[in-house]
Design a binder for this molecule. Structure first.
Ligand code: F6P
Length: 372
């Protein structure tokens, strides 16, 4: 057993349903080891000056947190190794973060996050900080685990919107393009697209061809020149496009030129580009909807509640056992997973993306073997 008496917990990167259940699981299990937990606000920013108060967390404080979406601790994309100073340069303030861990009397840190947050955890671990990671991202692109918190709820949210897009699209006879988050991984787009019965699903793992998209639309909708419709055919079509998807002759579409402290551009806009191209190159009327941050919103799904509490409890056990530099990992189909610990460093630098060979039909732009 380790001599940990007090843990700091933080949530970094994009908020995700499942984080609050994870904190509840952590606090509950930690209390069994007589370990107290302090909530650090706003991700790694919570460890930098001016040091804000921490939030003492005990069983009564977090009792209802399993039902809360987002993160009650706040989040940020702060990278203590690359903090923007007043001169606009990025400087390393990690030593300050480490000093503050000591000032706060924290014996260990539990960091809940994706590749970026856990990348910082790994570097701090190399500098001697006892850390344990909890995997979280709606993108499900983190290696070393079959589940990341937030994915199931986002899948539910996106599926609902796809379904709701049918009535306007059907009433007006549109091609409805729906742009889904996921960064460079198409998991969310693919599985929500299948669940919501989209006709085409475009993912980052396989560059698409515009001509092929038009061809699919013609096959489905027929010739609508002069608005003469074939009553035997569907009146509309739904296309799900992942924000990181791009055409064979195109490139990633970004919101602007800026990059965050981890070097990421904000992806977004491919849906609008696609809808405009469809209108310019075919006779079909098209609309696009960028689902944006509400995809990550709302209360956690049953799976995210269960997985969050299990991940949090496992992280507390890891801390109590002195298993540092590790991330909780799930193997199997959530929530009936086997949990274990993997080295955080072993999951970094290799994104978990859709296995095209296994799941994606590159001809029909859909899930393989589903007959759509
Ligand atoms: O990583 C989660 C995610 O929601 C991605 O799917 C998306 O590209 C990104 O975060 C959006 O970034 P931000 O929350 O900073 O706008």
């Amino acid at each position: 057993m380790s001599i940990v008496k007090r843990i700091g917990v933080l949530t970094g990167g994009g908020d995700a349903p499942g984080l609050n259940p994870a904190i509840k699981g952590l606090v509950y299990r930690a209390s069994e080891y007589n370990i107290t937990v302090a909530g650090l606000y706003d991700g790694w920013r919570g460890l930098l000056n001016p040091l804000r108060d921490v939030l003492p967390l005990d069983r009564s404080k977090v009792r209802r947190w399993d039902r809360d979406g987002g993160t009650n601790l706040g989040s940020s994309r702060t990278n203590p190794f690359k903090i923007l100073n007043e001169e606009g340069e990025r400087i390393d303030r990690s030593d300050e973060a480490i000093e503050n861990i000591a000032k706060l009397g924290l014996d260990a840190i539990v960091a809940c996050g994706g590749e970026d947050t856990l990348g910082v955890a790994a570097r701090l671990s190399e500098k001697g900080v006892p850390v344990v990671g909890v995997p979280k991202t709606i993108d499900k692109d983190l290696a070393g685990t079959d589940y990341t918190l937030g994915f199931d709820t986002a899948l539910r949210n996106v599926t609902e919107v796809i379904e709701r897009s049918r009535t306007p699209a059907g009433s007006h006879g549109w091609v409805q393009v729906i742009e889904v988050m996921g960064r460079h991984a198409g998991h969310l787009a693919l599985w929500a697209g299948v669940a919501g019965q989209a006709d085409l699903i475009l993912i980052p793992e396989h560059p698409f061809r515009y001509q092929k998209v038009y061809q699919h639309l013609r096959e489905r909708l027929g010739d609508t020149t002069g608005q003469v419709r074939d009553p035997q055919r569907p009146r509309y079509s739904v296309i799900v496009v992942s924000e990181g998807a791009y055409s064979e002759d195109g490139e990633l579409v970004t919101v602007d030129d800026r990059h965050d402290a981890f070097g990421h551009a904000r992806l977004g806009g491919i849906g609008e580009v696609l809808a405009k191209r469809i209108m310019a190159e075919t006779n079909y009327d098209a609309r696009s909807a960028m689902l944006g941050h509400p995809q990550r919103g709302g209360p956690p799904s049953a799976v995210d509640r269960i997985m969050g509490m299990m991940f949090g409890a496992r992280a507390a056990a890891a801390v109590a056992a002195g298993d540092f530099g590790k991330m909780v990992s799930a193997r199997g189909i959530a929530p009936a997973c086997d949990l274990s610990l993997v080295d955080i460093s072993s999951v970094l630098g290799k994104l978990n993306t859709v296995d095209v060979e296994r799941y994606y039909d590159t001809d029909r732009y859909h899930l393989k073997d589903i007959g759509m």
